[in-house]
Design a protein around this ligand. Structure first.
Ligand code: SF4
Length: 385
């Protein structure tokens, strides 16, 4: 298990800026890599084309933002600036394609500005449907996926997407998502078993390791965690919302737990496991199956609007099912989607008298004492209420 944990921690560290493991993989395999901006990207399509899909999750304060600052406004979130900076200073040169999508206005514009400032390199834009209840949404997204697949095959000179390759890839990513969900559920029930920092690096490694190696390592890791028994510890059970795209500094999440909370659920890397299981038996048109998985999924992933989902009701359902004692809205500075969710969630929590706390973060944050004090006060107010 130590090997797996070290392996996960090493590649997680690599994913903050260097991406050396991607360069080594390319040299060994002679195949292309695609960098994708969060929140969600259909990794199985890239895998079926022979690509290594790699999440662009920001630099966590490890690079200066001078070049990005010269090209962007000061009031945009730090993940968009650090990913842009990494691109400008050459850290993403091993990626044959970079893919952005319309998760928010900032991400939408990041694609254009990256393209303009890295001429001759392939930058693609994936436009997800806005109206997921439309009868045309699945068909539309299927065509978007087909267009992206054609473009990626053209860029890397790989054979066109085949149904058989895609079936194998969907099955592999089904395994990856199922294992990640097992780990998420285990931590929901017994959060004292795995420290959040370890849990996070295990999940984050899945955004950079080749899926075959990740699944093999993760399977052993999850099995060992499930077999562990340890005396339950006390802590205030909280849900952390807002960290679905820009990743909070890991010290902030550590400070939350050290201040007496168990983070029983959060939104870090939610796009990686969001589709759950895709049924490969029913369809010959697997691009439609993947599109359906996105459009018809009613799990209310943040930054995605579905008319059939009432986010307030869903939040209260989670409060009940996860036996939550409080909610922490951890929102990246200048992230409108995360702030919208805060504004939606707040009245529902007020009405039900569920304690909540709002913390703002950015990648370059280096002092966590204020946040720790805020969470300590929050925790004590729950414990001694
Ligand atoms: S952190 Fe928020 S504002 Fe920034 S790109 Fe992500 S969703 Fe958009």
């Amino acid at each position: 298990m130590i090997d797996s944990v070290q392996d996960f921690a090493q590649v997680t560290d690599d994913s903050y800026s260097a991406y050396d493991s991607v360069t080594r993989w390319k040299q060994k395999e002679g195949r292309p890599a695609v960098g994708y901006f969060p929140v969600y990207f259909p990794q199985e399509i890239a895998h079926a084309l022979g690509y290594l899909p790699v999440g662009l999750l920001g630099a966590s304060g490890r690079v200066g933002l001078d070049m990005a600052t010269a090209h962007t406004q000061s009031f945009v979130c730090s993940i968009s600036r650090s990913v842009f900076q990494l691109g400008l200073q050459g850290n993403l040169d091993m990626m044959d394609v970079l893919v952005f999508s319309n998760i928010c206005d900032v991400a939408r514009n990041l694609s254009g500005i990256t393209q303009r400032n890295r001429p001759g390199r392939s930058v693609e834009y994936l436009h997800y449907p806005i109206n997921n209840s439309s009868a045309h949404a699945v068909k539309y997204l299927r065509e978007e996926y087909a267009r992206l697949a054609r473009r990626m095959a053209e860029v890397a000179g790989t054979p066109a997407l085949s149904t058989e390759n895609l079936r194998t890839s969907v099955e592999l990513f089904n395994q990856k998502r199922a294992l990640q969900l097992r780990l998420v559920h285990l931590r929901q029930e017994s959060p004292w078993l795995i420290p959040y920092t370890e849990f996070y690096s295990v999940l984050r490694a899945g955004s950079i390791l080749p899926v075959e190696r990740y699944v093999e390592r993760l399977e052993g890791y999850v099995r060992e965690q499930e077999a562990r028994s340890s005396r339950p510890k006390d802590g205030v059970r909280v849900l952390v919302l807002g960290n679905f795209c820009e990743q909070p500094p890991i010290q902030l999440m550590k400070a939350i737990e050290e201040a007496g909370c168990f983070i029983v659920q959060d939104e870090a890397l939610v796009g990686e496991r969001w589709l759950g299981h895709l049924d490969t038996d029913k369809s010959e048109d697997l691009l439609s199956t993947i599109a359906q998985g996105y459009v018809q999924n009613l799990d209310p992933m943040t930054v995605r609007f579905h008319p059939s989902v009432n986010k307030q009701e869903d939040l209260m359902r989670r409060v009940r099912e996860l036996r939550l004692e409080g909610v922490i809205f951890a929102t990246p500075k200048f992230c409108e989607p995360a702030l919208y969710d805060y504004m939606i969630g707040k009245p529902a929590l007020d009405k039900a008298a569920i304690p909540y706390l709002h913390i703002e973060y950015e990648e370059s944050m280096s002092s966590f004492e204020n946040a720790r004090t805020m969470v300590e006060t929050f925790t004590e107010s729950i414990l001694f209420d």
